[in-house]
Design a protein around this ligand. Structure first.
Ligand code: SAM
Length: 195
């Protein structure tokens, strides 16, 4: 699939420090979701992970099957520097759409909105492929118009319901009660299972 924003686009953003999405710590909706996971053996993927604070949070909490994939090597270099003990084979430099494996949980945060809206159906199909039948897609999606000509691309709950319903049973899609302050009332917590 020809991506609207390719590896060079994202690597340029990492290199030039245009990473306004980076909050510098594990975001509260994801951290609270992680806190209630009991099985440390769960195989978890964070796509478009960036600085992957949530992967670090999981790793330090004893989850050993945590993987991140990012198309920009700058993101992965940062993670290696910050968490030198994080298993290198779990840091995947590559395109989410070309990745092959299966996971119990995939965590979403500001990856969906980084993709051009024309790639959203492909995102759903790829998520289905990457999740075990009993797997879960969990995380946050912006419920806001944001931008239409560059990332982050916006969207609203009704758009997401129509998009995801053919592929997923939507267990939860509601305004997050625990967003970080700049995202308060502007993001939905999602929990979905493959149909
Ligand atoms: C907006 S940033 C979000 C980073 C991180 N999720 C966060 O919340 O801080 C989007 C990230 O997705 C990566 N990315 C974009 N397209 C990708 C693709 N097709 N496959 C894997 N990573 C991709 C970019 O390099 C960037 O690091």
């Amino acid at each position: 699939m020809e991506l609207k924003h390719n590896a060079d686009y994202w690597q340029d953003r990492w290199q030039s420090g245009q990473t306004g999405w980076d909050v510098g710590y594990p975001s509260t909706p994801l951290a609270e979701y992680i806190d209630q996971l009991e099985n440390k053996e769960l195989k978890i993927l964070i796509p478009g992970a960036g600085n992957a604070y949530e992967a670090e949070y999981l790793y330090k909490a004893g989850f050993k099957n945590v993987y991140v994939i990012d198309i920009a090597f700058g993101a992965l270099e940062n993670i290696k520097k910050r968490i030198p003990t994080f298993p290198e084979s779990h840091l995947i430099e590559g395109d989410f759409f070309e990745h092959n494996n299966q996971y119990d949980i995939i965590l979403e945060q500001t990856f969906f909105c980084a993709l051009h809206p024309s790639e959203r159906k492909a995102y759903c199909k790829k998520m289905i492929e990457l999740l075990k039948p009993s797997g879960k897609l969990a995380g946050v999606l912006f419920n806001d118009s944001l931008f239409t000509d560059h990332p982050p691309y916006g969207g609203f709950k009704a758009d997401y319901e129509a998009l995801f319903e053919p592929y997923f049973s939507i267990v939860k899609m509601e305004t997050a009660y625990n967003s970080i302050p700049p995202r308060a009332e502007r993001e939905l917590f999602i929990l979905m299972i493959p149909k």
